[in-house]
Design a protein around this ligand. Structure first.
Ligand SMILES: Nc1nc2c(ncn2[C@@H]2O[C@H](COP(=O)(O)OP(=O)(O)OP(=O)(O)O)[C@@H](O)[C@H]2O)c(=O)[nH]1
Ligand SMILES: [Mg+2]
Length: 316
């Protein structure tokens, strides 16, 4: 029977099925499943994950490199930040790269326009980040303003809200889904939230679609999003092709088109530094994840061979 994962925990999965909500055992490793996944179940456990159309993922926290699923089958990634100290161009570039790598539509939602001196300045900065960036400002507490997100979570559409703690994700989701999940005030001095939402949850929207609310993210590590980084920094990626040397590191090489653009004042040096940092981080994490997957596969093979050997001994 098909169903959609509303929330996934280590020992249980909450599903939404045509018959209504139900709770089953994950059946598969919970880390291979995410809110928004379509799955098959037998009434007691999940039996199969159906290939998702999109997958939002980041580098998992911790020492061992891993890719952590955030949400699946997301059409639009609502990247929520506020018109206050939370606003950070480098972080927005990370979210945009993740959305682009997942082939989701990125939508930057700038909340708290009501308390900003100049909300339009935040909007201009957000839109200048990349040609991919579409942005809007709003007061998330105002139901009519929150309703401006309805076109992205209407019938057949899934909108996932991501961002730091305290930016207003749950405030928006409460208006859009007609629920009353907990929200909490932020710290006055640095605008940081209190990590009120604790797990990712998919709910039906009043507009007839779906919305995934997520807990505030502390870290947003890049993994397997090289294509997304190229897309966000397409101005730099275009220049790279014009460098004299194919393996140009854009540091001191003669004939480097990137350095020439910085020199000419047409490219911001800080943006190039951020681009390099993301590329290095992504390459490093992607390599470590691929290595640990290969180790896992090799180990599984050894176990499988061991099992086969002991079966054949028993057979004799
Ligand atoms: N003035 C103003 N306050 C807002 C706005 N959006 C949210 N808030 C307030 O900001 C606080 C945090 O909002 P939440 O919706 O809990 O934030 P969140 O992003 O869900 O936070 P986490 O669950 O911790 O990730 C609450 O006190 C909201 O009332 C806004 O647009 N304007
Ligand atoms: Mg919340």
């Amino acid at each position: 029977m098909p169903a959609r994962i509303a929330a996934i925990h280590r020992t249980r999965a909450e599903l939404l099925s045509p018959e209504g909500p139900l709770t089953v055992l994950p059946g598969l490793p919970a880390s291979d499943l995410a809110a928004g996944d379509w799955v098959c179940h037998d009434g007691a456990r999940i039996t199969r994950r159906l290939d998702p159309t999109t997958e939002i993922a980041r580098r998992g926290a911790g020492e061992t490199a891993s890719r952590q699923l955030v949400a699946a089958n997301v059409d639009t990634l609502g990247i929520v930040t506020s018109c206050n100290a939370d606003f950070n161009v480098a972080r927005l570039e990370r979210y945009l790269a993740i959305a682009s790598a997942a082939r989701c539509l990125p939508l930057i939602v700038l909340t708290k326009s009501d308390i900003a001196e100049d909300a339009r300045a935040f909007l201009r900065q957000a839109e200048a980040i990349s040609p991919l960036a579409m942005a809007m400002t709003l007061d998330a507490r105002d139901p009519e303003e929150a309703d401006r997100l309805s076109p992205w979570c209407g019938a057949g559409q899934t909108l996932a809200l991501v961002g730091s703690s305290g930016v207003g994700k749950t405030t928006l989701q409460n208006h859009l889904t007609g629920t009353a999940e907990a929200t909490l005030g932020i710290r006055e001095d640095d605008a940081k939230g209190r990590h009120t939402t604790t797990y990712r949850a998919l709910r039906r929207t009043l507009a007839g679609g779906w919305l995934i609310d997520t807990p505030g993210m502390r870290e947003l590590g890049m993994a397997d999003v090289g294509e997304g980084i190229d897309a966000v920094f397409s101005d730099i990626s275009d220049l790279v092709g014009q460098c004299r040397f194919r393996d140009c590191a854009h540091e001191t090489e003669p004939g480097c088109a990137v350095l020439a653009a910085i020199e000419a004042g047409t490219l911001d040096e800080d943006r190039v530094l951020r681009w390099r940092k993301l590329q290095r981080e992504d390459a490093h994490n992607s390599r470590s994840i691929a290595e640990s997957r290969a180790r896992g596969r090799a180990l599984n093979k050894v176990y499988a061979e061991g099992r086969a050997r002991s079966r054949s001994k028993r057979g004799k």
